[in-house]
Design a protein around this ligand. Structure first.
Ligand code: URA
Length: 241
């Protein structure tokens, strides 16, 4: 790999900025002044030092992001803030969110540049479970639990895969439309607006939605909405296994 690309990939600066740093003798390769921006280096084998600081090679980065409402799960957007606008301490420029949460949905979103992992997590055949907390208008009942477990018609070619609905709380009165229920729902697909459409199909409306987990990765509740942290090695392995 070219030295200037390595430094740019590791977030040291733009390609033209890092060329300047190299020309100004601010970069060492294996303890020797770099020859020039086009010098070939072997990531992981050669030692690269910039302004006295060793720049280790990070092929992949993995962030757990607590998505707040009001931002889109995209890399760029004309209208809204994107989830990427929040990730400032990054090296790689090729990061993207794994899957989508709606504009108003909060919760766990994985951000990485590992395309193979993203592909695996989103592959329809893998049925990776995703668990959501929701506040729903209307009284969620044991009948809904059964319907969700059997699979319901949300207007797609097939009914939904069996989903696990757990009622956390609901008003005990006989109310129908004016009461609120709190639930947890685990689905193993990722159809557009899936959770909202499942509740619509049983005559209820999701008022608030938050993703709690994806596969074995759980949202770190010490992260407030809008905050993020790097995944630990154990978490990365959990996702890959
Ligand atoms: N289901 C939805 O309806 N919205 C989301 O953001 C995620 C799942």
């Amino acid at each position: 790999m070219r030295l200037d690309k390595y430094l740019a990939d590791m977030g040291i600066g733009t390609r033209s900025e890092v060329k300047q740093y190299i020309r100004r003798k601010q970069v060492l390769v294996n303890g020797v002044l770099a020859e020039g921006p086009q010098q070939k280096i072997e990531p992981g084998n050669d030692q690269i030092v910039f302004q006295g600081r060793e720049i280790a090679y990070l092929e992949y980065e993995y962030f757990m992001f607590h998505k707040p409402g009001g931002c889109v799960s995209a890399v760029t957007d004309q209208r809204y803030k994107t989830v990427m606008d929040y990730i400032v301490e990054k090296n790689r420029k090729d990061l993207f969110p794994v899957g989508r949460l709606d504009l108003d949905t909060e919760g766990l979103l994985l951000i990485t540049n590992d395309g193979a992992l993203s592909h695996d997590l989103l592959a329809p055949g893998r049925h990776i479970p995703k668990t959501y907390f929701a506040r729903v208008s209307g009284k969620v009942t044991e009948e809904d639990v059964r319907l969700f477990a059997d699979g319901i018609d949300i207007g797609e070619k097939k009914i939904t895969q069996p989903a696990k609905l757990q009622i956390l709380s609901t008003d005990s009165s006989e109310c129908e439309k004016n009461c609120l229920s709190e639930i947890e729902l685990t689905i193993t697909e990722g159809k557009y607006h899936q959770v909202k459409r499942m509740f619509e199909a049983v005559g209820k409306k999701v008022l608030y939605l938050k993703r709690l987990s994806m596969g074995d990765l759980k949202l770190d509740e010490s992260l407030p909405p809008g905050a993020y942290r790097r995944l630990t090695e154990v978490e990365v392995e959990l996702l890959k296994s």
